[in-house]
Design a protein around this ligand. Structure first.
Ligand SMILES: Nc1ncnc2c1ncn2[C@@H]1O[C@H](COP(=O)(O)OP(=O)(O)OP(=O)(O)O)[C@@H](O)[C@H]1O
Length: 780
C-alpha cells in the first residue's frame, strides 16, 4: 500500500530561488525532538496513509508509523528558515496598527555542522558495541550468541544456542532461538525498553507472529528471545532469480492477508508490511512453509483502547520524513503508478486486489474474504507442492467454492478513478451562508458594506454611494487572463468598486475573482517574474498593506495582491457589541444584529430614536493582521508553519509556482485553530472530519504532486456557514456565474426596504491542480 506522507522534495538547490537568498547563517542540522526519534509511533500513519496533516498549533506532532529511517533520518533536512527582520515600518498616527515585520527567505540546506557528527557518534556506539557472548534474561536458559541472522535499523538478530538450562527441543526451551539485541542508546530505547516489547505483550502468540519467550536487559542491551525463523520473502525472491510463479505469490498473498487479519482483530495494524518482514519457518523444520510476520516496532492500535472506536483520521507530520527526498519519491512513484500499469504483466486478480485496497477508506473494515478470494483462482490444486502452507485463510484441502461464489455474488469493488497522469484541474472553494436569516443577510451585503465605512456620518445612505452601487456587479471573475490583459481587468473592476478577493494560475494564465465584499478599501498588486517579490512586498508592508492573495504560475512568476482596510477601528474584530454603536459615534443607534463570516464581521445598527428608521450596516474586515510573514520553499514548509503557529501566526494565503511553495502567515488572522492536510490526492476524508469539528478550508495550493489544504476554525462563531467542493477540469465558470446571478438579485438596497435574497455565494479561494477540480457552489 502506498505510504503517503508529507513528501518533501529538494531536487533543486534553493539558491536559484527568488528573491535572492538572504544572508543566512550556516546551514544547521537539527535534531528531531526525542519523541520522533523513537519508534514509539503510536497511532497515526496507518491505513492508506491518505494524508499527512500538520497538527494544531501548540500540540506536538504525534509521531506516525511510516518512514522510519536509519541513521541519516535523524538529521532533519528542513532547517529553520532565515528570518530577516526589516526595520519597523513607520506607523502613521491615523493608520491601523499593522506592523509587518518579517520576510522569511529559505536557505540552502547543506548538511554540515556538529549535529550530524554527534549523532553519528551515538549511532556508532549502538551498532559497534559487541553483543554479549552469553545471554540469559529473566528465567531463560543460558544461550551462546552465534552467527548473525540479520540487522535492521534498530536491532541486530543473532542465533542463540542453548548451553544451559531448559530441556525441551522446541518452544521456550528450544535449542536454537533468535536473539534480538537493541542497544540502550539506540534510537528506539530513549525511554527504556523498545516499544516493540509492549506490542509483543499483546500480540504474543497471535497467528503468524513468532513467539517471544523471554525478554530483559543485559548490560547495555535490551534482548528479546524469540522463535528462530528462516529466510524472508525478500531472500526467497532473490534466491529464485527475482521472480516467482503466480501460484506462489497467490499462496503468499492469501497467507499474508490472513496474518494481517488476525493482527487487525487484535486491534493493531503492522505499519511496516514489506517482503523483508515476512519470514518463513526454519528450513528443514515442520514450519518451513509457514509464513510469519516480524518487526512490530511500528505497529499501532487502530482502535481507541477505551472507546473501541476507530482512531481519528488525524495523521501528523512524520518528523523523520520531512526532508527525506527518497520517501517522497517513493510515494510519488507509487501514486503515479496505476493498478493497470503495476499489474500489466500479472494475471487479472492482482490488479483487482490493488484496486480494492487502494480505494479503501481510512476507517473501512477490509473484506478479508474477498481480498483473499482474488487470489484463490491462481492457487494450483496440488496442495503438497504448495510453497507456502495456508493455515490461516484456508486449511489445506479445504474447498474454496464458497469464496469463489462470494466473489461472484458480491458487487465488484466500486471503481474509483485514481488519477495517475497529471492534468490541469481546478480546485475552487466557495462559501455559502444559509439559511437567510436577517443576520445572514447582513453577511451577504458585503458589496454595500465596503462603501459604508464613514462611520462618523450617519448620512451614508444619502451620499450617493448606494445608487452608484446599484449599477455594479457584485462579483466578477476572469480566467485565462494573459499577463498583458491583467491590468485592464483589474482597473475595470476597481472602477466598479470591486477588489481582488482571490487569484489563481494555470498554465501561466491568471484567474481572478473580483468582489465588492472584500472589505478592503485599498488594494495594490504586482505581477512579477520573481516568485513573491520581496522588495515590492516589503515596500507595500511599509505602507500598511498586507498580502491578501497570491498566485504563482508554472514559469515562476507571481501575482501578489496586497490590500488594506483603513476603517479598522477595533482590534481582533472582537467588538463588545453593546458598545459598538457608541464606538461608531452613533449614540442613539443600537446594534440589533451581528454576523460573522470567515473573513468579515457585520453589524446592523438601528436608530433608537423614532426618526429616521434606516438601518445602518457596518462591515469590518476580520483580518486586521498585526504582523505578516511569508516563506518560499522547495518543499511544503511544515516546520516553519509549526513554529509560526506557536508564535500566534496562521496561514492566510498560499500558492505554488512549479514545485515551489509560497506560504503567507499572519498574526491576528481571526482563526483559533488551524491544520494542514497535505496529500497526493484530494484529502476528502480529512477535510470532512475536520469540517465536523468546525474547520473550514481557508487556503489551498497544489503542485503537480501534492495538494495542501489549510483548514481553520474562526475565532468567532460563524452563523450557518456552509462550504462545498466540486471538481472541474476547466475553470468553473458556470458555477461562478451562478454566484454572480445570485448576487445580482439584490444589488439594490433601499433604506428601510430590504429584500432578503434566497441565497448568497462568495468564492473564497481558487486553485488549480492535476489532482482534481473541487469547487463549492451555492445553494439556490
Ligand atoms: N525471529 C527471527 N528469526 C530469524 N531471523 C530474524 C528473526 N527476527 C529478525 N530476524 C532477522 O533480523 C533482521 C532484523 O530484524 P528486525 O526487522 O526485527 O529488526 P529491526 O531493527 O526492527 O528492523 P527494521 O529496521 O526493518 O525495523 C530481519 O530482517 C531478519 O532478517
Amino acid at each position: 500500500m502506498p505510504e503517503l506522507r508529507s513528501g518533501a522534495r529538494r531536487s533543486k538547490r534553493l539558491d536559484d530561488l527568488q528573491p535572492p537568498p538572504q544572508p543566512v547563517d550556516q546551514g544547521e542540522n537539527w535534531l528531531l525532538p526525542a519523541q520522533n526519534r523513537t519508534r514509539r509511533r503510536v497511532g497515526g500513519g496507518r491505513g492508506r496513509g491518505n494524508a499527512a496533516a500538520v497538527g494544531k498549533p501548540g500540540i506536538p506532532a504525534r509521531p506516525t508509523a511510516a518512514g522510519r529511517g536509519r541513521g541519516i533520518r535523524l538529521i532533519d533536512l528542513d532547517p529553520e528558515p532565515c528570518e530577516v527582520l526589516p526595520e519597523a515600518a513607520p506607523l502613521g498616527a491615523a493608520e491601523p496598527a499593522y506592523n509587518p515585520l518579517e520576510v522569511v527567505a529559505d536557505k540552502d540546506i547543506a548538511m554540515e555542522g556538529g549535529s550530524a557528527e554527534k549523532l553519528m557518534g551515538v549511532e556508532e556506539e549502538s551498532s559497534t558495541t559487541p553483543v554479549p557472548e552469553r545471554v540469559q534474561v529473566g528465567n531463560s536458559p543460558v544461550y551462546k550468541t552465534e552467527r548473525k541472522l540479520g540487522k535492521g535499523g534498530f536491532g541486530q538478530v543473532y542465533v542463540g544456542r542453548r548451553v544451559h538450562g531448559g530441556s525441551d527441543r522446541t518452544g521456550p526451551d528450544a535449542i536454537e532461538v533468535a536473539l534480538k539485541f537493541e542497544h540502550r542508546n539506540s534510537k528506539g530505547c530513549n525511554y527504556g525498553p523498545p516499544y516493540e516489547w509492549q506490542v509483543y505483550n499483546t500480540l504474543n502468540g497471535c497467528y503468524g507472529i513468532p513467539w517471544v519467550h523471554y525478554k530483559g536487559r543485559q548490560g547495555d542491551f535490551y534482548i528479546l528471545v524469540m522463535d528462530m525463523l528462516g529466510p524472508s520473502l525478500w531472500d526467497v525472491w532473490n534466491s529464485y532469480g527475482q521472480s516467482m510463479s503466480p501460484n506462489m505469490v497467490a499462496c503468499i498473498a492469501v497467507e499474508a492477508i490472513s496474518i494481517l487479519e488476525k493482527l487487525h482483530l487484535k486491534g493493531f495494524v503492522h505499519g511496516d508490511v514489506k517482503p523483508e518482514n515476512f519470514l518463513l519457518g526454519q528450513p528443514g523444520s515442520p514450519d518451513e512453509k509457514k509464513l510469519y510476520l516480524i518487526d512490530l516496532g511500528l505497529a499501532s492500535r487502530w482502535k481507541d483502547a477505551s472507546s473501541g472506536l476507530h482512531v481519528e483520521y488525524d495523521q501528523k507530520p512524520d518528523g523523520n520524513n520531512k526532508g527525506d527526498n527518497k520517501s517522497f519519491l517513493v510515494c510519488k512513484k507509487k501514486m503515479a503508478t496505476s493498478p493497470e500499469l503495476m499489474c500489466c504483466f500479472c494475471p487479472a486478480p492482482f490488479k483487482q486486489f490493488l484496486e480494492a485496497v487502494t480505494n479503501m477508506k481510512f476507517d473501512e473494515e477490509p473484506n478479508y474474504a474477498k481480498l483473499i478470494s482474488f487470489f484463490e483462482s491462481l492457487i494450483e490444486p496440488c496442495t503438497s507442492l504448495r510453497p507456502i502452507r495456508i493455515d490461516g485463510a484456508l486449511k489445506v484441502g479445504q474447498k474454496r467454492g464458497r469464496l469463489l461464489i462470494n466473489l461472484e455474488d458480491d458487487e465488484q469493488p466500486k471503481k474509483k478513478i485514481r488519477l495517475g497522469s497529471p492534468a490541469t484541474q481546478w480546485i475552487s472553494v466557495y462559501n455559502a451562508r444559509r439559511p437567510m436569516k436577517q443576520s445572514d443577510f447582513l453577511s451577504s451585503v458585503e458589496a454595500l458594506l465596503s462603501f459604508t465605512m464613514d462611520v462618523s456620518s450617519s448620512s451614508c445612505f444619502e451620499n450617493g454611494l448606494v445608487p452608484r452601487l446599484r449599477q455594479n456587479w457584485i462579483n466578477k471573475y476572469h480566467y485565462n487572463v494573459a499577463d498583458t490583459r491583467l491590468r485592464q481587468h483589474v482597473d475595470k473592476g476597481n472602477e466598479d468598486g470591486l477588489y481582488i478577493s482571490c487569484v489563481a494560475s494555470a498554465a501561466n494564465l491568471w484567474a481572478l475573482i473580483m468582489d465588492a465584499g472584500t472589505g478592503f478599501t485599498h488594494q495594490v498588486y504586482e505581477l512579477s517574474a520573481i516568485f513573491l517579490h520581496k522588495d515590492w512586498i516589503m515596500e507595500q508592508w511599509e505602507k500598511n498593506y498586507y498580502i491578501s492573495s497570491i498566485a504563482g504560475s508554472t514559469n515562476g512568476s507571481s501575482l501578489v495582491v496586497m490590500s488594506k482596510d483603513i476603517n479598522i477601528s477595533y482590534e481582533n474584530c472582537n467588538w463588545p457589541e453593546e458598545s459598538a454603536a457608541k464606538s461608531f459615534g452613533l449614540l442613539d443607534w443600537a446594534v440589533t444584529c451581528s454576523s460573522v463570516s470567515i473573513n468579515q464581521a457585520y453589524l446592523l445598527l438601528q436608530t433608537t430614536s423614532s426618526l429616521p428608521t434606516y438601518p445602518y450596516y457596518y462591515c469590518q474586515n476580520r483580518t486586521p493582521y498585526t504582523q505578516q510573514s511569508y516563506k518560499v520553499s522547495e518543499s511544503f514548509p511544515f516546520k516553519w508553519i509549526n513554529k509560526k503557529w506557536k508564535e500566534g501566526f496562521h496561514v492566510t494565503s498560499m500558492t505554488t509556482a512549479g514545485n515551489r511553495w509560497g506560504v503567507v502567515m499572519s498574526r491576528n488572522s481571526g482563526y483559533s485553530e488551524q491544520v494542514v492536510e497535505l496529500d497526493f490526492l484530494y484529502p476528502s476524508e480529512g477535510i470532512h472530519r475536520r469540517w465536523e469539528s468546525g474547520y473550514r478550508i481557508t487556503s489551498m495550493a497544489a503542485t503537480a504532486d501534492q495538494a495542501a489544504f489549510i483548514l481553520s476554525v474562526p475565532r468567532r462563531k460563524m452563523v450557518d456557514e456552509t462550504q462545498e467542493t466540486l471538481r472541474t477540469s476547466a475553470f468553473p465558470s458556470t458555477h461562478v456565474k451562478v454566484g454572480i446571478r445570485t448576487f445580482s438579485t439584490f444589488y439594490f438596497l433601499a433604506p428601510g426596504n430590504i429584500t432578503i435574497p434566497s441565497a448568497v455565494t462568495a468564492v473564497t479561494s481558487l486553485t488549480v491542480s492535476w489532482l482534481g477540480c473541487f469547487f463549492l457552489y451555492s445553494p439556490s
